[in-house]
Write a protein that binds this ligand. Sequence first.
Ligand SMILES: *Cc1c(COP(=O)(O)O)cnc(C)c1O
Length: 371
Amino acid sequence: MAFIPVNEPLLTGNEKSYLIECIETGWISSEGPFVRRLEIDLAARVGRQYGIAVSNGSAALEVAVAALGIGPGDEIILPTFTIISCAAAIIRAGATPVVVDADPYTWNMAVDSVEAKITPRTRAIMVVHTYGLPVEMDKIQAIADRHSIAIIEDAAEMHGQNYRGKPCGSFGIISTLSFYANKHITTGEGGMILTDDPSLAERCRLLRNLCFQPERRFIHEELGWNFRMSNLQAAVGVAQLEQLDDFVRRKRRMGQRYTEGFSSLVDVQLPVAYTDYAENIYWVYGLVLGDRYTFDAQVAMQKLREKGIGTRPFFWCLHEQPVMHKLGLLTDVSCPVAERLARRGFYLPSGLGLTESAIDQVITAVCEVLS
Ligand SMILES: *Cc1c(COP(=O)(O)O)cnc(C)c1O
């Protein structure tokens, strides 16, 4: 049987015809009309005033942090169980990451541990909705309000997800998205910044585009980046966004089918289907091995690979990253829940291109490996 990769995108909507339009009209750079359209359509979808398209989700974080004027002496609280991009944006701005452990049940940041990390230097909480469930935003918002600190929302994995009916990507002063090939909406590579603040939006536009000035283009007051998105990428994104509701339905069906298929597994933690604030969107379908298993995620993943199933490990904790220690950061930090997730967790093929028969094949293989 053919190998089942961990992710396959679904590009069966208007992607091709919009790309042909780009080529036929000659609009292929960031100046083309699809970029603006994606910004407007996506901002409207999540109820934000402004969208600023960028070249990827990591760039979106970098611009968001810089636009807020975060710099040396500032501390940003974020989960340790997240992608390196979150910490990279903070550190490159000259600020200091302060990490919080994970919740063993939702795998998101342990919200009840956040307030204890606040110091007079804390400027923001970087919220990262992880794998399929949003962070408990009411609690985060209350903490941010009490201490007058900003919320930066990394909603890269949450296109189409809501927290208590409010779209992810609409929380905090600024939000970021990724359109990498494994996200619910993809442009191959791409990202977006979302905000309701006009001056912040303007700053993001400048920073994305080398800080060229509208009046005197080649005179620069600040250093920016070339993080522009091309019209070709945005064309794919516009077509993808048209299908978001269908994508969310597919993802939830996938999650349900996996969960039903794994009902006989003993001592394997499955994703939480519902909380009182959201229904899981299964950006990826993760498994966490319980103590009954004498082997860890790496071994389970190798066994699945031998059966033709692609997997990915869970995030490795920020406070256990060699690069952090080399920078003298996050040493002497202990986050036992996240450390365990990183060692015992991995995720299964979860892309939108996954067929129902492929899901059944994965279920059979997983049940063999973990029985
Ligand atoms: C994918 C992802 C990113 C990075 O996005 P890229 O487009 O790959 O740079 C950032 N944060 C989270 C939570 C992600 O899942």
